[in-house]
Design a protein around this ligand. Structure first.
Ligand code: ATP
Ligand code: MG
Length: 466
């Protein structure tokens, strides 16, 4: 935390002074606490050039321009913000005119992306309260009722109250570098508390994804949920079933691929939210002793890689999340007499198609995920040319890492992983020796032999006797 800010936080008596903006009408609403530049630690040095360019161009054109949301919250906590959200009274059309490098995106919730090279600044027009008399509708949208309801423009105060958590409703004003605090967010940052603005049950009903955001921020910021914000989650969790799978896919990536996957996973399980995202995986965790550990290990490794700035792929994580239900289903199919290879294929297909009803998994991730699964059947087969074919498979490395996780989680007994570790490091001579060792194993797999089900022979009629 910044030194100056800590000092500011330690003087609660003083910060009340002159915090209400003169333009606000206290009779109707107390207005924001305005924290002047010299009393908070957030500085323009924390912001990217692109964010500052957007703010200044808006300001110079006579519009209001604020940074809002995660970037201010994170700056106050002493973290470098990773992306920037701008709020303004300019409409999307005015923004398009002002920024040649911009695009209006979204229909339900129209926002403008302003691009500078690889960086995108998200700019939103202040949202008003639907149905309010002074809320101005977008004329171009007037033939579409639904869009009108969700794109009602308003003023900054209304905008603040439509945001999710108090700590996300802090606005940094480029006009005088002050911070406007509409919902006591600074106090909640100090108390490391996530508190929804308004009535929590209503806010979750409006948008159930807020439950996932609560858990994500709690894990990421090491905050706790205010009791009133926490209380409705368990009962409201099934509302997530209404959310389009594509939106949930984006959220799942943010939940698990942001560096605090393990903590996030445990919170999701505790609140009954995980079951709404991955119902079959959740059930399998009750039935198979290794299933939860496998996911934990995959998330531990993802968190570690992110901390070390190494690349991570959602395919690996999804492979771990869905492997237990795939194994359960494969076992059922094999018990019905299907051989292992088609049984894995069919089980994968069934589990994926059910999963897609909850969380979309784009093909670019589901195909490599299936490769990782298929290779689990090939890794034990270490005779002749097969070994080299497996070794050359583009997904070998991921499949080998996955095998190690399965051994660590206790799904299979250790041994095969060590063999492949040794094989990869070995020279040609040593590789021949390792292959010879497998040759001595009658199963050729290094795995305990499964009892084969004997195929029932067809009764031999005269037609088959040729
Ligand atoms: P981060 O970018 O670090 O994940 P963030 O708080 O900036 O966190 P974004 O998804 O970038 O999150 O959203 C920007 C801001 O928009 C939020 O801080 C919040 O004020 C508002 N917001 C986003 N999603 C919602 C939502 N579902 N309901 C209400 N307000 C939201
Ligand atoms: Mg953000």
């Amino acid at each position: 935390m910044f030194k100056g800010f800590t000092r500011f936080l330690q003087r609660p008596g003083e910060r009340i002074k002159s915090l209400f903006g003169p333009q606000d009408a206290p009779a109707v609403t107390p207005g924001p606490r305005i924290i002047p530049r010299q009393e908070h630690p957030v500085s323009r040095q924390h912001f990217s050039d692109a964010a500052l360019k957007v703010l200044y161009r808006l300001h110079n054109a006579g519009f209001q321009a604020f940074l809002v949301g995660g970037c201010i919250r994170d700056s106050l906590l002493g973290h470098m913000p990773k992306d920037f959200d701008v709020a303004t009274d300019a409409t999307p059309e005015q923004l398009k005119e002002l920024f040649r490098n911009s695009r209006i995106i979204g229909r339900r919730f129209r926002i403008v992306h302003v691009r500078f090279g690889r960086e995108v600044i998200e700019v939103t027009t202040f949202r008003g309260t639907p149905g309010d008399d002074h809320a101005a509708h977008i004329s171009q949208q007037s033939d579409d009722g639904l869009l009108l309801r969700d794109n009602v423009w308003g003023n900054i105060e209304e905008d603040a109250l439509r945001r999710d958590f108090t700590v996300n409703a802090l606005y940094y004003n480029i006009a005088d570098f002050s911070i406007h605090d509409f919902a006591d967010g600074v106090h909640d940052i100090e108390a490391r508390t996530l508190r929804l603005i308004g009535d929590p049950a209503t806010r979750y009903r409006e948008d159930p994804v807020r439950m996932l955001r609560a858990v994500r921020f709690a894990a990421k910021l090491d905050f706790h949920l205010d009791p009133a914000t926490e209380a409705p989650i368990h009962d409201a969790a099934p509302l997530l079933l209404q959310i389009p799978p594509a939106r949930l896919f984006d959220e799942v990536l943010k939940l698990f691929m942001a560096g605090q996957g393990v903590a996030t996973f445990h919170l999701l399980r505790d609140y009954g939210l995980f079951a709404m995202l991955f119902p079959e995986a959740d059930e399998a965790m009750e039935a198979l002793p290794w299933a939860e550990r496998l996911v934990e290990l995959a998330l531990e490794s993802t968190d570690r890689r992110i901390a070390e700035d190494r690349p991570v792929t959602p395919a690996f994580l999804f492979a771990a999340l869905l492997w237990a239900p795939v194994q359960q289903r494969q076992a059922i199919l094999e018990a019905d007499g299907m051989p292992p290879i088609p049984a894995l294929q069919a089980a994968s297909h069934q589990v994926i198609s059910r999963q897609l009803q909850h969380v979309a998994i784009p093909k670019r991730f589901s195909l490599p995920m299936r490769d990782i699964w298929d290779l689990q059947q090939r890794l034990p087969l270490r005779r002749g040319k097969r070994v080299f074919q497996t070794r050359e498979h583009p997904r070998f490395r991921a499949a080998y890492d996955f095998l190690l996780l399965r051994e660590s989680a206790g799904e299979i007994s250790p041994g095969l992983g060590d063999w492949w570790s040794a094989f990869q490091q070995a020279d040609e001579h040593e590789q021949r020796r390792l292959l010879g060792k497998v040759g001595a194993d009658p199963a050729g797999s290094g795995q305990p032999r499964k009892r084969r089900r004997r195929r029932r022979r067809k009764p031999q009629g005269p037609a088959s006797e040729t």
